[in-house]
Design a protein around this ligand. Structure first.
Ligand SMILES: Cc1cc2nc3c(=O)[nH]c(=O)nc-3n(C[C@H](O)[C@H](O)[C@H](O)COP(=O)(O)OP(=O)(O)OC[C@H]3O[C@@H](n4cnc5c(N)ncnc54)[C@H](O)[C@@H]3O)c2cc1C
Length: 642
């Protein structure tokens, strides 16, 4: 990673310019008047809650988003302070209280209401917006509306959607294949001659150089000649070029004399990095070139992922091994299941699965998301003041981190008492039952009474930190001149970035001419190479929480300026706004054969119902996917209703 002192001067990069990057001041400062009866106090508090204020619309907030300032401090303070003094009773009682307003929590509310149509349900979430990871970034740039996913990218999973999850999609009007056909423009960028490029930075590779990558057709490798041409232009030593050429286009069996099964077992026990260095005998200089190839799926580098999983994900170097098709039990959730099942259908709304969350909210509280029909959700402006109205059966309360969930009895109908924070105050609310659809590793702090073994299992479910940054550009002429729509930057602060997917849907168009505004999606994973995967994640989580927006902005401006210099990119002129979606608790953990026992992650032990409290979230299904989040909600509600 790059050292700050090597960044370009702030003024040239446009650091001092006014752009859309205001950090949201969390909620309205709500001081509840002393002396009010609980119900009146709650009413007064609700009246002043930020989500009820006119103009409240978090998707347009820029700066530090995702786990934004104000969303996690109370939960973190749980370990340090006592927030259970002067608790105020909300005076409310619900049939179900759902903790976590992500897709799992919203789906849980839907399943419960399906079974109990008159049920009173409260959903509590610590963020200022609903959707969990499925968040929407929205920009108005020079009069043009642009939308991007701030987290959960799309409907696409390692297995086909189950009958339950597919049923929810269909009930919401989402038919992925039809929507894809109607809205994608797959050949748009390639039709303009735009492909992908690699930016080699001088700190990592000795010289700043942008090299257009050879074009490759889907499912086909790159020809040896094209690869040679690419490598010849890259600032790499001859031995490194030779190794990469061999890995990419060679046909050597690096494990001669072993059966396919034996090879797979061997590959499951060493990292892809070790496979390249020890088995393929590659020059060590290949490591920086390949290090981030696994970022997108694992949130860590090739040193933390097994060679077998990398084979399953299509990384190069295995052509000569003659491995028999088919997964083994020692493969991770994603590559293993994709190999077994072929994966699910796929579809990407412009704001990713924020549209799925918005459709779930429309289903629960129709007035909150105006419009009819699935496509209308794309441009719908959510009315947040409808989410938590007194008197309605389903209420969604934002900026309300839960700090305690306690059983009042011992059975699944024994009742619960939930404490949450809002406006500097701890509130108590009662429910008959509860679904914890929040991050499972938080649960031991919320339910200290749970059995020690269950809490230990929950603690082990360490999530993957990652960042999706959205940069709003006034034009994309530099991309057009360089003939790229995607750039990989192996030594960059963000290891890749690319133009938004070309798409038109529901009156929305993602792209115009290169002279018009567009959004760029960037990915960063805060990894610490050399450590086991989840140790890297723990360090990365702290790094994300400690890194100020200005550090991100400096890197974004400098890295884009350097990578796209040949196309005339000027960050001061071209960047209109930046939203950094940081997810210190990102992907649900998935089995990793390098560090986990053969029996896998302790998800079943972690998700056991505890009295009137059941546990959902994608964490409890061991797969970082929307269908898993929905399936886990269905199971949790089933456990409560019997
Ligand atoms: C950057 C990113 C990209 C992804 N891309 C995809 C993709 O393309 N396709 C896909 O299928 N999946 C993707 N995922 C996985 C994604 O996590 C799931 O698809 C799904 O959105 C998870 O939903 P969930 O409800 O289980 O969890 P979450 O979305 O994490 O929701 C849980 C909610 O609970 C809240 N919470 C936590 N603690 C508390 C508390 N104490 N009190 C109140 N609320 C609390 C959290 O803040 C959060 O809002 C992606 C994830 C990330 C981070």
């Amino acid at each position: 990673m790059r050292d700050d002192s090597k960044q370009g001067e702030g003024r040239d990069l446009g650091m001092g310019l006014k752009i859309e990057r205001r950090d949201f001041l969390q909620g309205a400062a709500i001081a509840v008047g002393l002396g009010l009866a609980p119900e009146l106090a709650l009413a007064a508090e609700a009246e002043r809650a930020a989500q009820d204020q006119p103009g409240y619309y978090p998707p347009t907030l820029t700066g530090m988003r995702g786990s934004h300032p104000g969303s996690f401090e109370d939960a973190h303070a749980l370990r340090d302070g006592d927030m259970f003094q002067n608790v105020r009773d909300s005076g409310e009682e619900y049939d179900l209280i759902v903790v976590g307003g992500g897709i799992s929590g919203l789906a849980a509310a839907r399943f419960y209401r399906e079974a109990e149509p008159r049920a009173k349900i409260l959903v509590l979430d610590n963020h200022d917006d609903f959707g969990g990871h499925a968040k929407r970034n929205e920009f108005l740039i020079d009069g043009r509306l642009q939308i991007m996913n701030g987290g959960t990218m799309g409907i696409s999973s390692a297995t086909p959607y189950s009958e339950v999850a597919d049923g929810v999609m269909k009930a919401l009007g989402i038919h992925p294949e039809e929507l894809s056909k109607a809205s994608y423009e797959p050949g748009y960028y390639s039709g303009l001659g735009l492909g992908s490029g690699t930016f080699f930075d001088k700190e990592t590779f000795g010289a700043d150089r942008f090299v257009r990558a050879p074009d490759r057709r889907r499912g086909e490798g790159v020809s040896r000649a094209a690869m040679q041409e690419f490598l010849a232009a890259a600032p790499l030593a001859p031995a490194v070029r030779a190794s990469i050429l061999d890995i990419e286009t060679g046909n050597t069996d690096y494990l001669p004399g072993m059966t396919s099964d034996r090879k797979k077992d061997h590959l499951s026990r060493l990292s892809y990095q070790d496979f390249l260095l020890q088995d393929a005998k590659a020059d060590p200089g290949v490591v920086p070139y390949y290090l981030h190839r696994t970022d997108g799926l694992w949130g860590c580098g090739i040193d933390g992922v097994s060679a077998l999983d990398c084979w399953g994900s299509g990384l190069p170097g295995f052509q000569g091994l003659n491995l028999a098709p088919g997964a083994t039990p020692r493969m991770g959730y994603t590559p293993g299941n994709e190999m077994r099942t072929g994966g699910s259908y796929s579809f990407h709304f412009p704001d990713g699965n924020a549209s799925v969350a918005r459709l779930l909210v429309r289903d629960l509280i129709p007035a909150a998301i105006p419009g009819e029909g699935v496509e209308s959700v794309v441009l719908a402006r959510a009315d947040y003041s409808q989410l938590d109205k007194p008197g309605q059966n389903v209420r969604i309360r934002l900026s309300a981190p839960v700090v305690r969930a306690r059983n009042l009895g011992t059975t699944r109908n024994g009742g619960v008492e939930i404490h949450y924070r809002r406006g500097g105050q701890t509130w108590r609310v009662k429910g008959k039952q509860c679904v914890l659809a929040c991050w499972n590793m938080m649960i031991p702090y919320l339910c200290p009474e749970m059995p020690e073994a269950q809490k230990a299992a929950q603690h082990a479910l360490i999530k993957t930190p990652l960042v999706y940054t959205t940069v709003a550009l006034r034009n994309w002429r530099a991309f057009e001149r360089l003939k790229v729509s995607r750039v990989s930057a192996p030594g960059g602060y963000h290891s890749s970035f690319g133009l938004s997917q070309a798409q038109h849907i529901g009156g929305y168009q993602s792209h115009g001419t290169p002279d018009q505004p567009i959004l760029v999606h960037m990915t960063r994973t805060p990894a610490s190479p050399g450590l086991p995967e989840r140790e890297q994640h723990k360090i990365g989580r702290y790094e994300l929480l400690e890194t100020p927006f200005s550090t991100f902005e400096q890197h974004i401006r400098s890295d884009m300026a350097r990578a796209l210099a040949g196309g005339g990119f000027d960050p001061a002129r071209d960047i209109a706004a930046i939203t950094v979606n940081r997810w210190p608790h990102g992907y649900a953990p998935e089995y990793n054969s390098l560090i986990d026992p053969d029996e896998g992650l302790p998800i079943v032990a972690a998700r056991q119902r505890f009295g009137a409290i059941a546990i959902a979230n994608s964490d409890s299904g061991g797969g970082a996917y929307t269908d898993v989040a929905i399936d886990m909600a269905h199971r949790a509600v089933g456990e409560l209703l019997g």
